[in-house]
Design a protein around this ligand. Structure first.
Ligand code: ATP
Ligand code: MG
Length: 235
């Protein structure tokens, strides 16, 4: 039996004014999967995630989530459907406490098991630091807050934009262990990642973007280094 399809992006074109950033992008995510999107700077990875969560305009049929066309819906409605983004650069409220940041994620909330207590169980260090301003945390801890904030909405699918940006390799490893645990608990994930090895290690399926298009895709195990390098750099 085929796995249940969660998300389908269908011929998505995204424009910033006159500038076209996406030229007909197709991706699919099934329940229980980790899907990686790789690509060089400016390939359109963040544009794709932001378009999925309603931050860029999209025609309804370009984004299908759990069997419903949702393209162009308001971001808060999309969160309520179970699609939440961990944005590039984390975007925490750095003067607010860890706990206040987490609670912001629950403002548009679906029913579900993710509560403050469960976030603190997953990330015990955040319980210790719950009253500290987010700016006083390390980069890795701030990334945990950003992931925790997204989980507070009880998503079915978590979209993660460059979790490893600016983090030491050992911290990146730790963050991806957490992502694996979260997915094992029943949340699916799309991860945008510039580190190809990291993406191949964690993902079931990989899409490689080049200049606003999907240049290559396939199960992570089936893609050769040569094919990825060619798609990544367009050589
Ligand atoms: N708000 C915006 N207004 C105009 N152009 C934009 C905007 N955001 C992104 N772009 C352009 O769209 C293209 C895709 O950018 P995007 O940020 O999606 O790439 P990316 O793959 O996420 O890159 P990076 O790895 O640097 O994060 C780039 O040419 C970028 O300059
Ligand atoms: Mg980006």
């Amino acid at each position: 039996m085929p796995e249940a399809q969660l998300l389908r992006v269908n011929a998505l074109k995204t424009f910033y004014g006159d500038f076209q950033a996406l030229y007909g992008v197709d991706i699919e995510v099934s329940a229980g999967q980790i899907v990686a999107i790789i690509g060089a700077n400016g390939a359109g990875k963040s544009t794709l995630l932001n378009s999925i969560v309603g931050l860029n305009p999209a025609p309804p049929s370009a984004i299908r989530f759990c069997g419903t066309d949702i393209g162009g819906e308001a971001p808060y409605r999309i969160v309520r459907r179970g699609l939440t983004i961990v944005p590039e650069g984390r975007r925490l409220f750095t003067s607010l406490s860890v706990e206040e940041n987490l609670l912001i994620g629950a403002e548009v909330k679906r029913p579900g098991e993710w509560t403050l207590a469960k976030i603190y169980q997953l990330f015990p260090i955040l319980r210790d630091f719950r009253n500290r301003p987010a700016r006083l945390l390390s980069g890795g801890q701030q990334q945990m807050v950003a992931i925790g904030r997204a989980l507070m909405s009880n998503p079915k699918l978590l979209l993660c934009d460059e979790l490893s940006l600016g983090l030491a390799p050992v911290v990146v490893k730790e963050i991806y262990l957490y992502i694996k645990r979260i997915v094992a608990g029943g949340v699916s994930a799309v991860i945008v990642e510039q580190d190809i090895q990291q993406a191949l290690k964690i993902a079931d399926h990989v899409y490689c973007m080049l200049e606003g298009r999907i240049a290559l895709q396939g199960p992570a195990r089936s893609l050769s280094r040569e094919a990825i390098a060619a798609a990544y750099f367009g050589v």
